[in-house]
Design a protein around this ligand. Structure first.
Ligand code: FAD
Length: 521
């Protein structure tokens, strides 16, 4: 208990982007270089990328980056640092694709493990003809979801639950949850894995499932990298669809919009994907409607005035096989007939399953071309209980947020009644809650509404309203500066979380960038 007492009571010093170059500890370097016997490489030079992430707000230079060629490389490094005990303040952060928002995969003066390097040395193993278990793929945790999609499609299968963007690693999303428009049916990605291989904070390699080492299994899922480094995962597969009817419709009334969303996620005979987004004060909204999507009634649609208004877009998808091409339109029409959207705003496109799932990558390429992808991303993701979503919308949309041109605002409900609630993921108390994601991009030299400062201040106001109006929201991809805030975030799960830290990473070596625990030295 003494160690835990040391790592509790922690307040993070809020250093933003820092230009400081640190003098690495020569003793640690010499000791790591001479003592570690690795299949891969420990580099003290190729380290600069590991001090960056998608959020582009925090920058901490590590001492070294491990490019592992085997799981044993990872366990050797962790065990070595563990054996150094309290004499060293070196920490270790696994880095997936580095798409964290606030330095969560960084380790200031520590060692970052490049998990994609591990994936290069490990193969994907498909288990689809096995009569004893449902189909799954056994993959490296450093593998990108997009690669898993392409490989599994070659066999006619695919994972069931996704994120909106697939250029993320398995370990990175499983450490959070992995939520997208399929989660209402299949749960988040952490619900669709049934075996993990984990290197704990002592360097021990442990295989865990719901039945064996189940506490570690549940702990690392949504565990923010605190209890172990996931090195392999068994991911559930299903026979893959080939095509997708991708549909968008608009609503002027929030109550009608949410009623339809909630009805869709409660039915077993529904669409396969349900999301939505908020559009505030968008001029000529429908004129800019995605060019690949054809409006049913373009003349009336063009008259749709969006200036000064808050409009809600329901985004839904129905998957199908090519052999169902003659019946799919009727099926979609039947499902749509139960909804109450503004009829003339219906937009339907037909795309391949890969095009649909990899849709955000298309936007990424466009933004990269314009130099707008590597800008600061002060994102705020909230989980809002169903009973509070109307109050939330009243207080935020059109009041705190008067336009949505800094980036998409996603909003869609999920129902956790069928989820595995033993994981470390924190959700509101109600079964149905909304994911509301403010996905802002800040313009580096701007002083206007799209400046980093302005967006951060808007985020702060949103969080303050949630607090003062007792909306009982929880942050997703959480970010806090003090342990008190973390304690509040975890609520009744805090004690279990701390207990697991004590068991699996007693020196608090792992994943310091989450700023939950500080290494005891
Ligand atoms: P990293 O940023 O590298 O790591 C994330 C955290 O996990 C870090 O703390 C890291 O130390 C830890 N970690 C990494 N690998 C491991 C491992 N093997 N074992 C243990 N801990 C590990 N999320 C959703 O749920 N739904 C979405 O639809 C969604 N869309 C997104 C779209 C974009 C464009 C972006 C940038 C992010 C999106 N996210 C979404 C968030 C995303 O899931 C997380 O940021 C995720 O952590 C990124 O994965 P990564 O591989 O880049 O992880």
């Amino acid at each position: 208990k003494i160690l835990i007492a040391l790592i509790l009571g922690y307040t993070f010093d809020k250093n933003k982007i820092s230009s400081t170059t640190y003098l690495p500890s020569h003793e640690t370097i010499t000791s790591l270089m001479t003592n570690l016997k690795l299949d891969g490489e420990l580099s003290f030079h190729n380290i600069h990328h590991a001090s960056k992430d998608f959020g582009n707000q925090f920058r901490f230079l590590p001492l070294a980056v491990l490019y592992p060629n085997s799981v044993s490389d990872i366990s050797t490094l962790v065990n070595y640092i563990f054996q150094m005990g309290l004499t060293s303040d070196v920490t270790i952060a696994p880095r997936g694709h580095g798409h964290s928002l606030e330095g969560q995969a960084q380790a200031h003066q520590g060692v970052v493990i490049n998990m994609e390097s591990l994936a290069k040395s490990q193969e994907m193993r498909f288990h689809i003809d096995d009569n004893t278990s449902p189909p799954f793929v056994d993959v490296s945790a450093g593998e990108l979801w997009i690669n898993i999609l392409h490989e599994s499609l070659k066999l006619g299968f695919a994972p069931k639950s996704w994120t909106d963007y697939l250029h993320l690693t398995v370990g990175g999303t499983l450490s959070n949850a992995g939520i997208s428009g399929q989660a209402f049916r299949h749960g988040p990605q952490i619900n669709n894995v049934h075996q993990l291989q984990v290197v704990t904070g002592t360097g021990e390699v442990v295989t865990c499932t719901k039945e064996t080492n189940s506490d570690l299994f549940h702990g690392v899922l949504g565990g923010l990298g605190q209890f172990g480094i996931i090195t392999r995962a068994h991911i559930s597969l299903e026979p893959a669809p080939e095509m997708v009817k991708w549909i968008k419709v608009l609503y002027l009334d929030f109550a009608t919009f949410t009623k339809d969303q909630e009805q869709l996620i409660s039915s077993n005979n529904s669409f396969d994907y349900v999301e939505g987004f908020v559009l505030i004060n968008r001029t000529g909204l429908l004129n800019n409607w995605r060019s690949s999507i054809k409006n049913k009634d373009p003349v009336r649609a063009r008259r749709f005035v969006s200036e000064g208004k808050t409009i809600f877009c329901l985004e839904i998808a129905k998957y199908f096989k090519k052999e169902d091409v003659h019946t799919i339109d009727q099926k979609v029409e039947n499902l749509l007939s139960k909804l109450n959207y503004n009829e003339f705003t219906l937009s339907i496109s037909e795309v391949s399953y890969v095009e649909f799932l990899d849709r955000v990558h298309v936007s990424e390429l466009k933004l990269q071309e314009k130099g707008l992808w590597d800008v600061p991303h002060p994102w705020l993701n909230l989980l809002v209980p169903k009973s509070k979503i109307h109050k939330f919308a009243d207080e935020i949309f059109g009041k705190i947020l008067t336009d949505s041109s800094n980036g998409p605002i996603l909003i869609y409900p999920v129902d956790k009644s069928r989820w595995n609630t033993k994981t470390s993921m924190v959700t509101p108390n109600e079964n149905v809650f909304y994911l509301v994601a403010f996905l802002s991009s800040a313009m580096p030299s701007s002083t206007g509404s799209d400046s980093l400062e302005n967006i951060l201040s808007q985020n702060k106001k949103i969080l303050e309203v949630c607090e003062t109006a007792s909306l009982e929201t929880k942050q997703y991809l959480p970010h806090y500066n003090t342990q008190e805030e973390w304690k509040k975030h975890f609520g009744s799960q805090w004690e279990v979380f701390v207990g697991r830290k004590y068991l699996y990473d007693p020196l608090a070596i792992l994943t310091p960038g989450q700023r939950i625990f500080q290494k005891a030295v």
